[in-house]
Design a protein around this ligand. Structure first.
Ligand SMILES: Nc1ncnc2c1ncn2[C@@H]1O[C@H](COP(=O)(O)OP(=O)(O)OP(=O)(O)O)[C@@H](O)[C@H]1O
Length: 225
């Protein structure tokens, strides 16, 4: 369970330009499920995702991942927790140009200090799983949008996280690639992964694959089916 209790996030807290993007959200997302956050632009979806993914701390309130209250953890423990438990897929994929697909996939695993050959084999296996083995040595900028996204998903999985976080994952994809993305999410759900994503995309929201759809407005939950 990922649980938020009375969570607020205020940007520029205490300054004249303070802005409360998340305004007292309590929410529990079950492990092993696919949950979507939706809502108008500026409603706080990305901010909420960063709090759920321990990329940012709440200004007030509590975030629990399983049994652990992570809102109180010092930064280095948070970094460790992120590495071990979370994989992130960003809207723009955030791949490093000039590096091969395989090296991009390996990147999040480098700080864990495993032998290069082990990591390389694991990255190759993930690329194979996503039908990209033949592109492993290509610089990522040579890959198509759909291929780049599969590299980004492979990279998110390199440390075998149990929680996958994705921000507007289909925003840059055409219908066929968005459907392919959903197919991958269904497979990862079958593997037992917990998936939390933000989306405006009816193709995602109406796919029938989302176990929970949480609607935000003005930093509050207005509906949580
Ligand atoms: N670093 C920041 N500093 C100040 N305000 C911010 C910051 N990041 C986000 N905001 C503001 O917080 C609000 C929520 O932003 P957020 O990106 O979470 O919304 P969103 O629902 O994901 O929007 P979109 O669908 O457009 O991506 C917005 O009004 C935004 O301008």
């Amino acid at each position: 369970m990922i649980e938020l209790r009375e969570v607020c996030k205020t940007y520029n807290d205490g300054q004249p330009n303070a802005f409360t993007a998340i305004d007292g959200i309590s929410l529990a997302l079950e492990h092993g499920r696919i949950s979507a956050l939706r809502g108008p632009s500026g409603s706080g979806k990305t901010t909420l995702l960063t709090l759920l993914g321990c990329l940012a701390r709440p200004t007030s309130g509590r975030v629990r991942i399983g049994d652990e209250d992570v809102s109180a953890l010092p930064e280095r423990f948070l970094t460790e927790l992120r590495r071990q438990r979370f994989g992130f897929v960003f809207q723009q994929f955030n791949l490093i140009r000039g590096l091969s697909a395989r090296d991009n996939v390996m990147l999040p695993a480098f700080p864990l200090g495993q032998p290069h050959a082990v990591l390389s084999a694991r990255a190759q296996a993930l690329l194979e799983r996503f039908r990209l083995a033949h592109r492993a040595d290509a610089p990522v900028e040579w890959l198509s949008g759909g291929e780049q996204q599969r590299v980004a998903i492979a990279r998110a999985l390199i440390n075998d996280p149990d929680i996958l976080i994705a921000d507007e994952p289909t925003a840059n994809l055409d219908t066929r690639l968005a459907e392919e993305f959903l197919q991958l999410m269904a497979e990862l759900h079958a593997d037992g992964k917990t998936i939390v994503l933000t989306s405006h995309d009816p193709l995602v929201l109406d796919s029938g694959l989302m176990h929970r759809i949480v609607t935000l407005r003005d930093g509050r939950v207005v509906d949580a089916q």
